[in-house]
Ligand binder design. Structure first.
Ligand code: NAD
Length: 335
């Protein structure tokens, strides 16, 4: 099948070309992000492969459908940038990669927790400058602390397993409790209880209209002073301006982000020669107790291999008329 692949980086190309040996699709790589302006590149391609920050709005989907596209193959788990209702209207099939390595994102989450707690980012710079003073680097034992996990699907459950190993008490909120977490002695509580009991709060739920700005000034007011907040899920879960207020008042003592509300204009590109025009993001960078990574939670060799293999298998399933287990339907909007 001819596939137009958007937002391509060298690593996407490498892993997709290698996985394609078992499929023989006709892969055409575009560096451009998929937007209304670039959608014309996919004219005549029955399949379009897109990534997390590609914008599959109703307008883009309409352009694609008009020029012959029938399949949208997301090479990521999240599908919050796909207008699923429009896709259904246009009879476009949407598939994704729901499960490529929950461990990759979970381990990155814990990397942020450890780096923030033990101030590894500051220690690294100090030691390189010959400054071996310890003032300001004191951390806390994770052992015995309460970690609150919001969303205990594949990634949240993997985080729970790791933090259990550190001896943390685990509380969680999820409308659908996960039996694996229950057997780890994770205690399911209300969101209110999670906010008031947790020393560390880690977000692992999808971005939906219900979870947009789940962390705002109201929820921040319910949290413990000095809380650590980690978001490796989707930027829109957090009202960034409210979080900046909570950093200024020291309500939040540690913030770890792998995702950001307006990341589409920043992440995955080398902007080191340019002026960052996003003042909210720039303010976040000024805090010594904030670590931001550019959406790299998924970025392990294992995950890239699995993403490429599943994406191409999804396309093959569609091409051969098989039901694809990884199809995303509008049913998810009703949950
Ligand atoms: P998953 O579908 O296995 O789990 C999501 C869980 O969230 C489910 O258990 C669901 O019941 C729960 N949930 C739904 N609505 C909720 C709500 N209102 N409050 C609390 N929980 C709710 O998904 P996953 O594979 O664990 O991925 C979780 C999220 O991680 C994805 O939605 C994606 O946004 C993000 N992600 C980030 C990266 C990265 O590189 N940083 C990579 C992959 C996924």
């Amino acid at each position: 099948m001819r596939v137009a692949i958007f937002s391509t980086k060298s690593y996407d190309r490498r892993f997709l070309e290698s996985a394609n040996k078992g499929h023989a699709h006709d892969l055409v790589f575009f560096e451009a992000c998929l937007t209304a302006e670039t959608s014309g590149l996919a004219a005549g391609f029955p399949a379009v492969c897109a990534f997390v920050n590609d914008r599959l709005t109703a307008e883009v989907l309409e352009n694609l459908a008009k020029s012959g596209t029938r399949l949208i193959a997301m090479r990521c788990a999240g599908f919050n940038n796909v207008d699923l209702s429009a896709a259904r209207e246009l009879a476009l099939t949407v598939v994704r990669v729901p499960d490529y390595s929950p461990h990759a994102v979970a381990e990155h989450t814990v990397a942020l927790i450890l780096a923030l707690n033990r101030r590894i980012h500051r220690a690294y710079n100090r030691v390189r400058e010959g400054n071996f003073a310890l003032d300001g680097l004191a951390g806390f034992d994770l052992y015995g602390r309460t970690a609150g996990i919001i969303g205990t699907g594949k990634i949240g459950a993997a985080v729970a397993r790791i933090l259990k190993g550190f001896g943390c008490n685990l509380v969680a909120y999820d409308p659908v409790p996960n039996p694996d977490c229950v057997s780890l002695a994770v205690k399911y509580v209300s969101l209110e209880e999670l906010f008031s009991q947790s020393d560390i709060i880690s977000l692992h739920c999808p971005l939906t209209p219900q979870t947009q700005h789940l962390i705002d000034s109201r929820s921040l007011a319910r949290m413990r002073p000095g809380v650590m907040l980690i978001n490796t899920s989707r930027g829109g879960l957090i009202d960034t301006r409210a979080v900046i207020g909570a950093l200024k008042s020291s309500k939040i003592a540690y913030l770890g982000l792998d995702v950001y509300e307006e990341e589409a204009d920043l992440f995955f590109e080398d902007l080191s020669d340019r002026v960052i025009k996003d003042d909210v993001f720039s303010r976040l960078l000024t805090f010594p107790n904030v670590i931001i990574t550019g959406h790299q939670g998924f970025f392990t060799q294992n995950a890239l291999k699995n993403i490429a293999e599943t994406t191409l298998s999804n396309i093959t399933d569609f091409e051969q008329g098989r039901t694809c287990a990884n199809e995303v339907t509008t049913d998810v909007l009703r949950r």
